[in-house]
Design a protein around this ligand. Structure first.
Ligand code: NDP
Length: 286
């Protein structure tokens, strides 16, 4: 194997330790701990694992957390009323609603009901607008983690060609904007891209977030490229894999993230950082 592995687990652990130290400092300064409220609706097993990990991470970094569970058939108004209550609570600094939500609930309406300054996921329309117009805002956790991982390689982003495969609101689009902010020349590819191999082959930095195993194989990767695999897919045997064929891509890339142990742990570490930053901002504004 030629590529160096980007150890997301270790990098996330170091970031959590850093956040933990900053939480202790902020607690001393402001007289209380940051508090993250996590709402989960229904019993999606993957969502339950994510939520458990978020609550565990909050405890690790020294934050309070509140886990609010709601039945899958909870009326939308009840969820919105809960968010309104958390928005008004002084002691709550961050609010996260685990996605996806059951079909009868309007996801956009729920996200936009969260107070902008407590939107630790950075999905609120005002935070999205702020991100795209270069104003200070909550930046979505996974894209923020992706940039952090790229930076740990020491490879300069500025001036490089970055290809992002996938254009979702939660991953592809914000990753592209953050790479643009780092002065990369950004190309976005998606399911209608005519010649994905030709486009991927241009990438000095490649971020793949399609939810489709094998979207990128080694023969598509530019030698020496930084490859960040955001995908989390479950194989028939229960094991996890990304959207990139790791074995073949690692023969060609310069740096590559594994799945699991790449982007996943960073998402949670960045959530902790976002929550801390919301806490500090709210206290500073008083
Ligand atoms: P979405 O399904 O919302 O978006 C997938 C994107 O990939 C779409 O833009 C789609 O194109 C594009 N796409 C699908 N198939 C292909 C293909 N064959 N070639 C090129 N482009 C393709 O997914 P998400 O962005 O929400 O998630 C992507 C992956 O990342 C998933 O595996 C998810 O589990 C994972 N994920 C991981 C996180 C982490 O913490 N590590 C966090 C969030 C997501 P089009 O727009 O044309 O349909």
């Amino acid at each position: 194997m030629k590529a160096q592995i980007i150890d997301g687990k270790a990098i996330a652990a170091a970031l959590k330790d850093e956040v933990r130290a900053r939480v202790a400092q902020a607690q001393e300064q402001y007289g209380r701990k940051p508090c993250l409220a996590v709402i989960i609706v229904g019993e999606n097993p993957a969502s339950q694992v994510y939520v458990r990990n978020k609550v565990k991470a909050a405890a690790y970094v020294g934050m309070d957390s509140r886990l609010i569970t709601m039945a899958a058939d909870v009326p939308e108004e009840v969820l919105l009323a809960k968010i309104a209550q958390l928005n008004a609570e002084k002691a709550v600094d961050g609010i996260l609603v685990q996605l996806p939500l059951p079909r009868h609930i309007d996801e956009d309406k729920v996200i936009d009901a969260i107070a902008k300054e407590k939107d630790v996921d950075g999905f609120h329309i005002l935070n999205v607008g702020s991100l795209w117009t270069g104003k200070s805002c909550s930046v979505p956790c996974t894209p923020r983690g992706v940039i952090h991982l790229i930076k740990t390689t020491g490879v300069q982003i500025s001036g490089k060609i970055a290809v992002v495969v996938g254009r979702s609101n939660i991953v592809g689009k914000p990753v592209a904007k953050l790479l643009l902010d780092e002065n990369a020349t950004v190309i976005m590819a998606h399911s209608r891209t005519a010649d994905l191999k030709a486009i991927v082959g241009l990438a000095d930095i490649l971020v793949v977030a399609t939810g489709k195993p094998g979207t990128v194989t080694g023969d598509m990767v530019k030698p020496g490229a930084v490859v960040i695999d955001v995908g989390i897919n479950r194989r028939d045997d229960g094991s996890l894999c990304g959207d990139v064929d790791f074995e073949s891509a690692a023969e060609v890339a310069g740096y590559i993230t594994p799945v699991p142990g790449g982007v996943g742990p960073m998402t949670i570490a960045k959530l902790m950082e976002n929550t801390l930053e919301c806490f500090i901002e709210r206290n500073e504004r008083r």
